[in-house]
Write a protein that binds this ligand. Structure first.
Ligand code: NAD
Length: 360
């Protein structure tokens, strides 16, 4: 029998317990320790998992427990220092989203992981979910035609964060899904928003991403909405997909809907758009917890020595977009432009500011 991968989780606040529960449930994994600065949190976690060691000292987690891997689920401002220490101690590392507070920090973590031959993964959880995997399958099969645009809304009342704005808190989910569907890095990022409750921390933001081939995506994020909304629309030339993550079973609906211009007309009276309203198809989705699939993938990558789907480089790409969004936000929504990748056609947005693309 193979030796299980020994894992420890640091950060047992709101999200960390979900990681603890999932790693605890995996067959080829041994969740050995949990770490939190708060004794109160640890006491609660020990009551749920009495056989898992609870420690307040992260140094002890790294050097005194004999772990193969560490999972970082602390607030974003601590991701870099905790993940760097973990990698330097020779531990495979899974960091929650977003990977770190800056692209420079992400690059340093990638370098350390590569030089030490360690698995570095980022918790872009939605890429492991059945609906997103199904959407990617449908798009790649060409069923919806060419994608024209994607519109995403992630809204609710709270949970207010103290160290990051709503774009850094909620938009990583939408951005990771959009990049995965389009398989492309944006050329331009715009972001507008406002801080209504805590000075300097925007609680409402609108990001727009411009891609090549006239494609774009818009992402609305808010902690100030009365209703919880988790909705994404993917508009293709042949069909359209509506993904509502709050639906229990029917999370994806494929609309056989499109509009076409008549090929030619002689008079204005003859000109009619042709609207096509076809069937709505609801594909069957496997019922599984995305976080469990993500945790299993981390363990599999460690065992097989393979690169995760959401590796450090994917984390870096996402942080580059968030940085660009922050720069645009400070400049009242002015476009922040990335250099154009070579394979795209000659299409030049008007640059106001330049950042290096993540994949240069
Ligand atoms: N993938 C997802 O869907 C998802 C959902 C929610 C949160 N998250 C991410 O999870 C991370 C944690 O978010 P949260 O909402 O649980 O935060 P939280 O503030 O509720 O919990 C963080 C915990 O980390 C502990 N902590 C802080 N610094 C520490 C240190 N140096 N050593 C040990 N413990 C430390 C705190 O005491 C706290 O208990 C964030 O990166 C967040 O973006 C991901």
């Amino acid at each position: 029998m193979k030796k299980p991968i020994v894992v420890g989780v640091v950060g047992c606040g709101y999200w960390g317990p979900n990681l603890v529960r999932n790693f605890k449930s995996l067959p080829n994994c041994h969740l050995k320790a949990m770490c939190d600065l708060s004794e109160t949190r640890l006491k609660h976690m020990r009551s749920l998992y009495p056989d898992v060691e609870g420690v307040t000292d992260f140094g002890h987690l790294l050097n005194g427990v004999d772990l193969d891997a560490v999972v970082v689920a602390a607030p974003v401002r601590h991701h870099f220092s905790l993940a760097k220490a973990s990698l330097l101690a020779g531990k495979h590392t899974l960091i929650e989203k977003p990977m770190a507070s800056s692209s420079a920090e992400c690059e340093e973590l990638i370098d350390i992981a590569e030089s030490k031959g360690l698995v570095l993964m980022v918790g872009h959880t939605f890429l492991y979910s059945a609906p997103v995997r199904k959407i990617v399958e449908i798009v790649q099969a060409g069923d919806i035609g060419e994608i024209r645009y994607i519109n995403s809304r992630r809204l609710n009342l709270g949970l207010f964060q103290k160290d990051i704005n709503v774009a850094w808190d909620l938009a990583p989910h939408d951005i990771s899904i959009i990049l995965h569907i389009l398989e492309e890095f944006p050329l331009v990022v715009n972001c507008q928003g406002n801080a209504h409750v805590t000075q300097g921390i925007e609680d409402v933001t609108n990001i727009s991403l411009t891609f090549g081939h006239k494609r774009f995506a818009t992402i609305q994020s808010s902690w100030l909405e009365p209703r919880k909304v988790r909705e994404m629309t993917i508009v293709g030339t042949r069909r359209m997909i509506v993904y509502d993550d709050l639906e229990t079973h029917e999370k994806i609906r494929i609309y056989d809907a499109r509009v076409e211009r008549p090929p030619h007309h002689d008079t204005f009276a003859e000109f009619h758009y042709s609207y096509h309203y076809g069937d709505i198809y609801i594909p069957h989705l496997k019922q599984e917890e995305p976080l469990k699939v993500e945790c299993q993938h981390f363990i599999d990558c460690i065992e097989k020595g393979t690169t995760p789907l959401t590796c450090g480089r994917k984390g870096l790409e996402l942080v580059k977009i968030l940085e660009a969004a922050s720069a645009s936000l400070k400049d009242q929504g002015a476009p922040v432009t990335f250099s154009r990748p070579r394979e795209l056609p000659a299409w030049e947005p008007r640059p106001t500011r330049s950042l290096e693309p993540a994949f240069a």
